[in-house]
Design a protein around this ligand. Sequence first.
Ligand code: ZN
Length: 165
Amino acid sequence: MSVQPLCHEPHPLLRRHARPIERFSKEIRWLAADLLETMYAHEGVGLAAPQIGCDVRLFVANPSRRRGRELVVANPVMGVTAGRTAIVEGCLSVPNVWERVRRSARVRMVGQDARGDPLVVEAEGLLAIVLQHEQDHLEGRLFLDRLPWCRRWRLQTPRAAAGQR
Ligand code: ZN
C-alpha cells in the first residue's frame, strides 16, 4: 500500500471511458488500497482509479473520513436517482477550483466490491454526491463539465473574470 502520484487536468486518462474490471486479481485489491491511502493523504472523500493513472472502473469513497467506513466500488452502474441538490465541489485532479454543482440528491448504485462480490449502495447527502462525482471520473467526465458554460468560460479565462468584477 502506498500513496500514488495524482493525475491532474488536462491528463488524457481523466478524459477516457475507463475499462471494466473482468478479473478480480490481487492487483485490484492492491489498487483499492493505494486509492484509499492516496485519498487519505490528500484529505479527499473519494478517488477514482484514473486519477492515479489506472484505466479501470474502480473508485473509493469515504465522506465520513473515519477509518473502517471506506467504500470500494468496481464496475459501478448508476440505478435510480431522485431529487436535486447542489453543493460546492472540488477535485484532487483539479487543484484550487471549488464550484457549486447540480446533482441528484439520492442515488442507488450497483457494482462489485474489491473481490468481485455484488454490491448495492443506496445513498443520500454527501455520499450520494461523491458516488456521482466518482462515477463521472470513470466516464472521463470532470465536475467542471457539469457547470453552466458561463462559469466554465470564466474559469478558463482568468483575465476576463478579473475584468468582470
Ligand atoms: Zn474528482
